[in-house]
Design a protein around this ligand. Structure first.
Ligand code: ATP
Ligand code: MG
Length: 582
């Protein structure tokens, strides 16, 4: 972005970092500051990020990670990584590893505080027995459907289970036998005894434990009863000494249950302090689905090439696409933290990526659809190494040499035989400047005699028009990127469009599922592209700005013979443009 552009965006309050710094204390920080002022939790700030290892992390999780780790960092506290592995059937160590990798890549560190909900299964069992002894929990034989029926609705109270008044002894005996595997799956659950008439459905005797004969990725076959999230989470938080348990808004209705568990379980000998749950709005992005279930569908039904497909909003997809952790963190900062759900324009995310890459991506010349140009007055066999800047925005990134000789390639679309008036690229008899090289003139168009397709241009060059020459300052309307034929590096370029054709693919009010809104043209593969010699040896995740084409990143599919590039974003900044109009 140019200085001017930046000033303009600043003036509109889009980029004003200073201002954000001054007033940008979000409501979570207000709570943390208040707690610190009052000496609550002995002045500690301790958060956690609690992913369920049942899928890959996505950009929404990045927001949660930035908040959880970011708050701890900012207020001198700690943030734990805790895998919420209370559901044995859906979890996988593949996901555990990918989640760890993604958090590290984003630039956050949990130190030695890596925990699993399953670390606390013994404690949770002990506390459940405690609840039974206090008459606060009971074993219920209703089926899942019956429990649902008995639960009531938003407008009608629920009905008490016929098993609600079992004696403490009977409950203790049954719960132990549940644990010992004496009952079939689904035949019994442990429920909290709270209030079937509560206005909050979550408080109508919620299930605390269910029977599941599944091998757990960490505890194996030790358990056949597993705690429910709402029971497990406050206990995990308490045992880890979490002070501020930050989560998304859908848990707001569960907060009374979180509090109930902390009120009724006596964990004082195992932990001190009491965690507090605070909810913030989830991130929703236009043209994007974020639910893990839907992302899984995209992968499993082959709509994309995998969890790390560059079109996926997963962290691994964004990484492969070429997004930088800095850009993602900047995005999370700019969207802020609010209590109301909203949808963020994906153009803002792309804007953050451009903004970051503009400053650090070296420039390169790559021709996507090559057209050969022979410069007939250039000496045969001669090669010159011309100098060009690596990044005009960042002079400190220096210069590089690019070869120039008699045969080069330009972009096919940069030549028109019969152009409209305002076409400032190459045309018969016309002149253009080749970037960081000479001015050439098109003298002759060579066509395939059979098909009539243009296969080559014969040009002449002005030997005095390069930098330092007598005609260096001579002005022509167009400047083209090009690559030298003899030194060109073959590559494949993958261009991406949005994965969905509509801004709200989650919305199924029109009766069409999200998979019916997939953009059939979201991936376009260009083969036979040619890159300048300096890209030879580029490594996975190396990023460049290809002049006039956008930002690109080396894909791991690259081989010795052929480099594969993903387009990260084009150069057209729709976000800045939109804000400009507004
Ligand atoms: P899904 O509902 O898609 O399965 P999830 O929310 O259940 O995802 P978890 O692994 O439980 O996924 O999420 C870990 C943490 O990330 C939770 O604290 C959750 O609130 C937060 N999180 C998940 N999705 C988003 C989002 N879109 N925006 C912000 N935070 C999110
Ligand atoms: Mg969840």
């Amino acid at each position: 972005m140019s200085r001017q552009e930046e000033e303009r965006l600043n003036a509109e309050g889009i980029l004003n970092d200073n201002e954000r710094e001054e007033e940008g204390v979000n409501f979570i920080e207000e709570i943390i500051r208040e707690d610190l002022k009052n000496g609550k939790n002995d002045g500690r700030v301790h958060t956690r990020f609690p992913p369920e290892p049942n899928g890959y992390l996505h950009i929404g999780h990045a927001k949660a990670i930035c908040i959880d780790f970011g708050m701890a960092e900012k207020y001198g506290g700690l943030c734990n990584l805790r895998f919420d592995d209370t559901n044995p059937t859906k979890e996988d160590t593949e996901y555990v590893e990918s989640i760890k990798r993604d958090i590290r890549w984003l630039g956050f560190d949990w130190g030695d505080r890596l925990y699993y909900a399953s670390d606390y299964f013994d404690k949770m069992y002990e506390y459940a027995v405690q609840l039974i002894k206090k008459g606060k929990a009971y074993v219920c034989d209703l089926s899942a459907e019956e429990i649902k029926e008995y639960r009531g609705t938003l407008t009608e109270p629920g009905k008490e289970s016929p098993y609600r008044n079992r004696s403490v002894e009977e409950n203790l005996d049954l719960f132990e036998r549940m644990k010992n595997g004496e009952f079939p799956e689904g035949s019994k659950v442990l429920r909290a005894k709270i209030d079937m008439a509560s206005g909050n459905i979550n408080m109508r005797d919620p299930v605390l434990y269910r029977i599941q004969y599944a091998t757990h990725h960490r505890t194996g076959d030790k358990w056949c009863i597993y705690p429910m999230y709402d029971y497990a989470h406050p206990i995990e938080d308490a045992l880890e000494g979490i002070t501020h348990s930050l989560c998304t808004l859908e848990f707001a209705d569960h907060r009374p249950l979180y509090e109930w568990v902390l009120d009724n379980v006596d964990y004082s000998k195992d932990a001190k302090g009491r965690p507090r749950q605070i909810e913030f709005a989830r991130l929703n992005l236009t043209y994007t689905v974020m639910s893990k279930r839907k992302l899984k569908t995209l992968v499993e039904e082959g709509y994309v090439r995998g969890w790390d497909d560059p079109r996926m909003p997963t962290i691994s997809g964004l990484r492969r696409r070429g997004y930088t952790p800095e850009a993602i963190r900047d995005f999370c900062e700019r969207i802020g933290v609010a209590r109301r759900d909203s949808i963020v324009d994906i153009a803002l995310l792309e804007h953050c990526v451009r903004d970051d890459l503009n400053k650090r991506a070296p420039r390169a010349m790559v021709v996507l659809n090559p057209l050969k140009v022979v410069i007939k007055n250039y000496p045969e066999g001669q090669v010159e190494w011309l100098e060009t800047e690596n990044n005009p925005e960042m002079p400190e990134m220096g210069v590089r040499k690019i070869p120039f000789s008699r045969e080069i390639y330009i972009e096919r679309e940069d030549f028109m035989e019969d152009p409209p008036k305002k076409f400032f690229r190459l045309k018969p008899g016309g002149e253009v400047r080749l970037k960081s090289a000479y001015i050439i003139r098109c003298e002759e168009v060579v066509k395939d005699p059979e098909t009539g397709e243009i296969i080559e241009l014969i040009c002449t060059y002005d030997p005095e028009s390069k930098s330092g020459g007598a005609n260096a300052g001579r002005k022509v309307k167009g400047t083209l990127h090009w690559v030298d034929a003899a030194h060109a590096v073959p590559c494949e370029v993958r261009l991406y469009e949005r994965l969905f054709t509509v801004p709200d693919p989650d919305n199924d009010e029109d009766g069409r599922s999200f998979t019916e809104k997939i953009n059939p043209d979201s991936l376009k593969v260009l083969t036979g592209c040619l890159a300048e010699i300096n890209l030879k040896g580029a490594k996975t995740e190396d990023r460049f700005q290809f002049l006039r084409h956008g930002y690109f990143c080396v894909d791991p599919d690259s081989t010795e013979e052929i480099l594969v590039f993903n387009r990260i974003v084009s150069l057209k900044d729709t976000w800045a443009k939109m804000k400009n109009k507004a």
